[in-house]
Design a protein around this ligand. Structure first.
Ligand SMILES: NC(=O)C1=CN([C@@H]2O[C@H](COP(=O)(O)OP(=O)(O)OC[C@H]3O[C@@H](n4cnc5c(N)ncnc54)[C@H](OP(=O)(O)O)[C@@H]3O)[C@@H](O)[C@H]2O)C=CC1
Ligand SMILES: CC(C)(CO)C(=O)C(=O)O
Length: 342
């Protein structure tokens, strides 16, 4: 199958956007990567590079600051808090037929979308920009399972098979366009599957993010350390328990803590994306990964006291990750809340 006539926009030339651009360049589709500042110059000069466990892809692709014309598929590879601005700035790329695929971690703004109505969730799309520009029928829910970081030369380094679960968030989408996009992703080497219930996939990813990302940003631990250190593992699995309880009230049975702990250990010494942000002094995805789920649970009469305490620890920290002596004090406070809820 040829994909030469397929126009794909990718917003965000960080870890995931760079990796996806490199992979999709192999499909033959016309790919344009939206980048900014020095990163835009670097992509224009040297293209994109991905090292996928020794399989190196180097590709020259188009890059721009803003997309000016409609594309067939638009992947949004920015942090959750940058989603609305990225869509608003590039709205010329979004026609009625454009498939829009936000790849950000966290509770998606469309979680309760119905045909014709995206709905509102706490902390997500607070100014209604996404709801104003996008129609639910064109949004594809997506979960990217990939651990990618970038070296000092702008080369994305991936340590597992790129796997994407995606599916419509409500009825009424263009099934033929979706099938073709999946074929194009596969041609690029992204293992892609159509999800019958993409919300479930999102929640499975979110339980892993919520249990580890904020804890690692606070303590500086890697995923392996969370899985192997009793004190961190107890807190991570108790955070997962709180979230699993809420997910159960929504009709979703999320995987067990044994499954999660194996996942953390298998990931090795990977710094979660939130730990990478903490180390770099960048804003954290706390609204999408932590505050929105907490507030959703509270609005329904539930609570997540351990998660609330962890958010508080992060809010009060003057530097992240906190220094080692502060880690033990913070963990002791978290253990107290954990034990009170056990
Ligand atoms: N890294 C990973 O392994 C995984 C990440 N994820 C999720 O994927 C999403 C992206 O993560 P990741 O790639 O790691 O994040 P990065 O921070 O590495 O990349 C985000 C990029 O988006 C750019 N950006 C933000 N807003 C705009 C805009 N309006 N126009 C153009 N560029 C923009 C940023 O540019 P600038 O630097 O100029 O701000 C940055 O280069 C996050 O939600 C993350 O949680 C999911 C699975 C795994
Ligand atoms: C690797 C994983 C699943 C850790 O929660 C992730 O998605 C991230 O780092 O943001």
């Amino acid at each position: 199958m040829s994909f030469e006539d397929l126009k794909i926009g990718i917003i965000g030339a960080g870890n995931i956007g760079t990796a996806l651009a490199a992979l999709l360049s192999r499909s033959g589709a016309e790919v344009c990567l939206v980048a900014r500042g020095a990163r835009l110059e670097a992509v224009r000069e040297a293209g994109v590079k991905l090292d996928d466990r020794g399989d190196v892809i180097e590709a020259r692709i188009a890059a721009c600051e803003i997309l000016e014309r409609p594309v067939d598929a638009l992947f949004i590879c920015v942090k959750a808090q940058g989603l609305a601005a990225a869509v608003a700035t590039n709205k010329a790329a979004i026609g009625p037929e454009t498939l829009v695929i936000p790849l950000a971690n966290g509770m998606p703004f469309w979680f309760y979308a119905k045909p014709g109505e995206i709905g509102h969730l706490p902390y997500l799309d607070p100014r209604g920009e996404l709801a104003a520009i996008l129609s639910p029928a064109q949004i594809l829910g997506a979960v990217m399972l990939m651990t990618v970081r970038m070296d000092d030369h702008g080369r994305a380094i991936s340590s597992n098979t790129p796997t994407l679960g995606l599916g419509p968030i409500c009825d009424g989408g263009n099934e033929a366009a979706l099938s073709r996009l999946i074929a194009c992703l596969e041609a690029g080497g992204v293992r892609s599957e159509l999800s019958a219930d993409v919300r479930e996939k999102v929640l499975v990813k979110l339980i892993a993010n919520l249990a580890t990302n904020p804890l690692t940003a606070l303590t500086g631990a890697t995923l392996r350390e969370v899985g192997e250190t009793a004190e961190l593992r107890e807190i991570a699995t108790a955070l997962a328990d709180e979230f699993r309880l809420w997910a159960g009230t929504q009709g979703y049975a999320l995987p067990s803590n044994d499954w999660l702990v194996d996942l953390f250990i298998d990931a090795g010494d990977f710094p979660t994306s939130m730990l990478q942000d903490a180390r770099a002094g960048r804003p954290l995805e706390l609204d999408a990964i932590c505050r929105a789920p907490l507030e959703m649970a509270r609005r329904e009469g539930g609570d997540m006291p351990l998660l609330a305490r962890l958010i508080d620890e992060l809010d009060r920290a003057t530097e992240l990750p906190v220094p080692p002596e502060a880690v033990s004090k913070a963990l002791a406070r978290l253990q107290t809340v954990r034990m009170a809820g056990a």
